[in-house]
Ligand binder design. Structure first.
Ligand code: ASP
Length: 599
């Protein structure tokens, strides 16, 4: 710890960090300040573990050495803030604490003062065992952050963002801030709105990303921009999503996709190396269609196999209606061979519930037995069909196969979801493997069946690869790339449209009329008329990146002051009603809240 300790200018409170009380200081008089981490009062001797940001050191209050301070030692309680002066000595061999870097030493206190008292904390800082619920932890976040794992996660995040800044600075990127009070930036989520007091009835939108501003900065000629940017998306609640979150946002001019990918492989290599993770470059690339076909996901976890096999051709013309009907209506039958699994009937039926949760109408389970199947539905399939299925899934005797039938995109997401669920449940993910993959060759548009319209798969500013065919938008590919790490989307970006007529054509496919695009994005379209260089970039989710590096499950554990899963902040009570005067100033008349159960 001491090697990492920041420099310290001696002052009235201290001249040494707790974590620096090591062998080279034995015999020195030191002045320390911090929190009472733990206190053991043996009547005569009082032991205090003193904690500051750099670590913990043991203080000893001895009636013979500490004079008047010994009395004070009796009064100390957990989390009191104190300042002490004392002499560094070697601990008696039997009292050495091998778990502490300072564990061979202690400070014999000669003077001590209380700087602030503390109420009894609502949960243990020193010996926290997960007993407090998240609500309590967040309500007292300032105490939660005193705990070592939290402090370490926040420190790791700082090291990560510092490494981002220094790498990009070294590559000639400028950090430029873009507005928080702005207009809508379409990234596919709802906007957070802020009413304007000065222009009643008008609203700012908080940025879903700095996308449009970073493109304008390229038009301005800055050529290389980055920002560690706060973004805001009012999305429906999902575990581990925050309404405000942080991106590392990057944009470059006079580049194609290869240039952006190369820069980012250097960046990621540098960031991971700083965290002690060596990674080979270039990273493998996988086309979007392949990712969805083999893994059922555009963020495939390629650390393990159990890939999806298409079985449609094995079953074309089958008498078995559950498969045959789906195939006739243009659907697909696909399956995964999960190898040897010893599961009870109840567990197998449980897999069907898993599949249903993932949107399936049903799921077929089967074990290879001889040339056929041991499965409830085996009798509905012919011997040839069973043999073909076994061959396609390369099943060996006793292997468990899970098969689903549905529209192709649906069956992909069902089996993709099942694959990741079961990989976790059955421990199929190898430890210590890091797999980084670029997903490329994305479609530019996706068809939204319910609304009968095209949607931009990334955002509407992504450049098509080649010409855009307005008659067949679904065939157009995008110059887009996402970086996936162990099945998690770390970042994504694209080459942007830099010619106004192409941008207008994309808006047209998306059903955004000329008037609407002029109204919403007129400033961008106009800027594209003044010499926009070819440009492109990427954005990474910093919270997710830090969480992966810290090895924590939740991004909330790498955010100092996060919201709960329902978007609230138990610490400040946000979001909160505002008073009548504020509403009046903002020109807002609240409607009655909807009745429960309606919206
Ligand atoms: N603005 C995009 C996003 O937030 C990233 C990019 O295209 O650079 O996903």
């Amino acid at each position: 710890m001491s090697a990492d300790a920041p420099s310290l200018s001696p002052n009235a409170y201290r001249d040494t960090w707790s974590g620096q009380v090591l062998g080279d200081r034995v015999g020195d008089r030191v002045r320390l300040s911090g929190w009472v981490h733990r206190r053991r009062d043996h009547g005569g001797l009082i032991f205090i573990d003193l904690r500051d940001r750099t670590g913990i050191v043991q203080l000893v209050f001895n009636p013979d050495e500490s004079g008047g301070s010994h009395e004070l030692g009796h009064r100390l309680r957990s989390e009191y803030v104190i300042s002490v002066t004392g002499k560094v000595v070697n601990r008696e061999p039997e009292t050495v604490n091998p778990d502490l870097p300072t564990g061979e030493f202690e400070v014999h206190v000669s003077e001590a003062g209380v700087l602030a008292e503390s109420d009894t904390p609502p949960f243990g800082i020193e010996d926290y065992q997960g007993e407090a619920g998240e609500e309590t932890r967040l309500k007292h976040r300032y105490l939660d952050l005193r705990r070592e794992p939290m402090r370490e996660a926040i420190e790791l995040r700082h090291r990560l963002t510092t490494a981002m800044r220094s790498f990009l600075d070294g590559e000639g990127f400028l950090e430029i801030e873009t507005p928080i009070l702005t207009r809508s930036t379409p990234e596919g989520a709802r906007d957070f709105l802020v009413p304007s007091r000065l222009q009643r009835g008008s609203f700012y939108a908080l940025p879903q990303s700095p996308q449009l501003f970073k493109q304008l900065l390229m038009v301005s000629g800055f050529e290389r921009y980055f920002q560690i940017a706060r973004c805001f998306r009012d999305e429906d609640l999902r575990a581990d999503r925050q309404p405000d979150f942080t991106q590392l946002d990057i944009e470059m001019s006079f580049v194609d996709g290869e240039d952006v990918i190369a820069l980012n492989e250097r960046l990621i290599g540098h960031l991971l190396a700083g965290m002690g993770i060596e990674i080979d470059t270039p990273f493998p690339r996988m086309a979007y269609d392949e990712a969805v076909g083999r893994f059922g996901s555009d963020k495939p976890d390629t650390r393990y196999g159990y890939e999806i096999t298409d079985l449609t051709e094995c079953l074309r013309g089958t008498e078995f209606k559950a498969f045959g009907g789906v195939i006739e209506s243009g659907g697909a039958v696909r399956g995964i061979n999960f190898g040897q699994r010893d599961l009870s009937r109840a567990q197998l039926d449980g897999l069907i519930d898993d599949a249903k949760e993932l949107g399936a109408k049903g799921l077929v389970w089967a074990f290879r037995e001889g040339d056929g199947w041991r499965a409830p539905i085996a009798k509905f399939l012919s011997a040839d069909e069973l043999a073909a299925l076994n061959a396609a899934m390369e099943a060996e005797e006793g292997d468990l196969m899970l098969v689903a039938a549905d529209a192709p995109a649906k069956v992909a997401s069902i089996l993709g979801g099942l694959r990741t669920r079961l990989a976790e449940r059955w421990d199929l993910i190898p430890e210590g493997v890091n797999s980084l993959t670029w997903i490329v060759d994305w479609p530019l548009f996706e068809w939204v069946e319910e609304e009968e319209r095209w949607n931009a798969l990334h955002h509407p500013f992504t450049a098509p690869a080649g010409d855009l065919d307005p008659e067949n938008p679904g065939d157009t590919r995008a110059q887009a790339y996402d970086l996936v790490w162990n099945g998690v989307e770390l970042g994504g970006g694209s080459i942007r449209i830099n010619r106004p007529e192409v941008q207008s054509a994309v808006f047209q496919v998306l059903g955004i009329s000329a008037e609407e695009s002029a109204e919403r994005f007129g400033f961008l379209l106009e800027a594209l008329h003044y010499g926009a260089p070819p440009h492109g970039g990427i954005a990474y989710g910093v919270d997710r990146f830090a969480a992966l590096l810290a090895g924590v499950d939740s991004i909330r554990d790498v955010i100092a002051f996060p919201k709960t899963a329902s978007g609230g902040d138990p610490l400040t009570g946000a979001p909160a009603p505002v008073d009548e005067i504020q509403l009046r100033e903002a020109g807002i008349n609240l409607r009655k809240p909807p009745k429960p159960g309606t919206s």
